[in-house]
Write a protein that binds this ligand. Structure first.
Ligand SMILES: Cc1ncc(COP(=O)(O)O)c(C=O)c1O
Length: 560
């Protein structure tokens, strides 16, 4: 757990001195909000400028929160007790139920406040955002409520379910580009053409003020003992608003940011003392997959947040289940993030008897993330095609097969050498419901000359065969077997294949989409003698983590 930042350093410690100087100053005698800053720091000149600036910013933010217009679109959500968790963890745990907002996340607060404050001329022209997530839905609802035209630009690969959710709220969806950056660029083009106003997801003071109303409600709903509030962090809009309000009124309450460990941009920024851009961002918790903390949020929160805790995918998943057990709500992974941090805090500090608040910040989960259920639901809704394809067993043919599948989401991949001439592939591909899309994939594969069996309705294949690696090949051959972690993003498999020398033959391949940020892949390769000693050098160059498994007993027993 990283201890970073610290509002107390710059302001005051409850019952202590000016933490920055390690001695008492006048600040300790007064609630700082009642005093002009120069008076606070007559004994602390070194920080007078910094503190006065920060204090002004804090007071401005709190005023904006108090004046925020959110309740025309959002509701005051309950702060629900979590009796099972509280008993289990020996602390009083309260969950702020932002999943109960009309768009199932808090994002409508900031979007509505920002839009309500636009001029009539701006409203008349309409608003725009590039987003495939909760911001898009919040914006769409806010726009409809205010009678403003809203345009949302999303990458073309955005799941249909999200596109439909935004359209259903009356916004116009424009699908553009494969990457999010292309969607963002296109939004700028549309702004230049049509004069729309851009509504940022977090990097804006009015958005922050809207999100800050969550903090305002928490303090109102729990006027008694309150030890810490755990807040999920993406771009920092939510935590900046909450921290400003809470630290202004109840500075003794800890505000603890929680980040997914593969998108910990606030932790990185606080450690570096400035905003940094993360090289890679895991997308498992989509809502918080942000590479750089927002400028406006960082300016507000950098001196206010007590601590940042990072959690991994498994911890988030466990928290989804915990929330379900106490409330029957199915939160998205970002929605359960702050509870995962809260649990880790208790584990690491041994806290007991404290009152701790976490925020279920959203419930817009993709159902297919709930693995077991998803496996069957996907098929039940005809959103997954299960195919057996036979391809020629020669270098390059696996790559060609991947090209035909294209950028569709692959849910499963088993590749096994069959004989000198052929290899069998068992593949799960996400398709649009209705059957046409599945027929299209099959047609493309058959047109390329591959025999295809459609196993989508075959119970044996779905229940058993899919989890088996493909069995032993008929002839013995030398095979190197490695296990990899691939980042879960379009093109990762192609990148891997492109980096391997063309004369290495892939003889085994097993991949299963676990709905996690990293896909686990097992690969068998026939490596020419001359390359044997250098196999791992090639893998180092690709940059994915790997483990040699050629001598693993499970492989020896069942696959060799
Ligand atoms: C469910 C959920 N939780 C948390 C966050 C993080 O909010 P912020 O970007 O303001 O830090 C988001 C952002 O979209 C979200 O959708």
């Amino acid at each position: 757990m990283a201890l970073v930042g610290g509002w107390r350093r710059h302001y005051r410690r409850a019952g202590g001195g000016c933490g920055w100087h390690g001695r008492r100053c006048q600040l300790d005698e007064f609630p700082f909000s009642l005093l002009p800053i120069d008076v606070h720091h007559s004994g602390c000149k070194a920080h007078a400028t910094r503190d006065s600036q920060e204090t002004r910013m804090l007071e401005d933010t709190v005023k904006k929160i108090l004046q925020a217009r959110v309740y025309e679109a959002a509701r005051e959500t309950p702060l629900s007790p979590a009796p099972f968790l509280s008993r289990r963890l020996d602390n009083q745990i309260l969950i702020k139920r932002e999943d109960l907002q009309p768009v199932f996340s808090f994002k409508v607060r900031g979007a509505y406040n920002k839009m309500a404050l636009l001029s009539d001329a701006q409203k008349a022209k309409g608003v725009i955002a590039a987003s495939a997530g909760n911001h898009a839905q919040g914006l769409a609802l806010a726009a409809r409520q205010l009678g403003v035209k809203a345009v949302i630009v999303m990458p073309r690969i955005t799941p249909e379910i999200k596109v439909q959710a935004v359209r259903a709220r009356g916004a116009k969806v424009v699908l553009k580009g494969d990457a999010f950056s292309e969607a963002q660029e296109h939004a700028q083009t549309l702004i230049a053409e049509h004069g729309y106003t851009y509504i940022p997801p977090f990097d804006d003071i009015d958005v922050i003020a809207g999100q800050g109303t969550v903090g305002m409600e928490i303090l109102r709903q729990n006027a008694g003992r309150l030890d810490a509030i755990f807040v999920p962090v993406g771009g920092g809009g939510l935590i900046a608003g909450i921290a400003a309000y809470v630290k202004y009124l109840r500075p003794e309450v800890k505000v603890i940011g929680v980040e997914s460990e593969d998108s910990a941009c606030l932790k990185a920024a606080l450690e570096a003392g400035e905003r940094v851009v993360l090289d890679q961002v895991g997308v498992f918790a989509e809502g918080v997959a942000v590479a750089q903390i927002g400028e406006a949020p960082f300016a507000i929160l950098r001196g206010l947040v007590d601590e940042v805790i990072t959690v991994n995918t498994d911890e988030m998943c466990a928290a989804v289940k915990d929330i379900f057990e106490d409330t029957r709500a199915v939160s998205e992974t970002s929605g359960a993030l702050s509870l995962a941090g809260l649990k880790k805090y208790i584990q690491q500090t041994g806290a007991s008897g404290e009152t701790l608040v976490c925020i279920n910040s959203g419930a817009n989960t993709n159902f297919d993330r709930l693995q077991h259920i998803a496996e069957r639901t996907e098929l039940g809704e005809q959103r997954e095609a299960i195919l057996a394809v036979t391809i020629p067993e020669r270098p390059g043919s696996f790559k060609k097969f991947c090209r035909i599948i294209g950028k569709r989401m692959v849910t499963e991949f088993n590749y096994r050498y069959a004989d000198l001439e052929h290899a069998h592939i068992f593949v799960g591909v996400q398709v649009k419901p209705g059957g046409d899309d599945r027929a299209e994939v099959i047609r493309k594969l058959r047109d390329a000359g591959y025999p295809v069996e459609d196993l989508t309705d075959n119970e044996l294949a779905k229940l058993h065969i899919r989890h088996l690696g493909g069995g032993r090949p008929k002839e013995h051959f030398e095979e190197e077997v490695y296990r990899f972690e691939f980042p879960e993003r379009p093109g990762a498999l192609m990148n891997f294949l492109t980096h391997l020398p063309a004369d290495w033959n892939i003889s085994l391949f097993h991949y299963r989409n676990h709905g996690a940020a990293y896909g686990r892949v097992l690969v068998g390769m026939q490596v020419p003698n001359g390359d044997r000693a250098h196999v791992e050098e090639y893998f180092e160059r690709i940059g994915y983590r790997f483990w040699k498994e050629t001598d693993n007993v499970a492989y020896r027993l069942f696959m060799e």
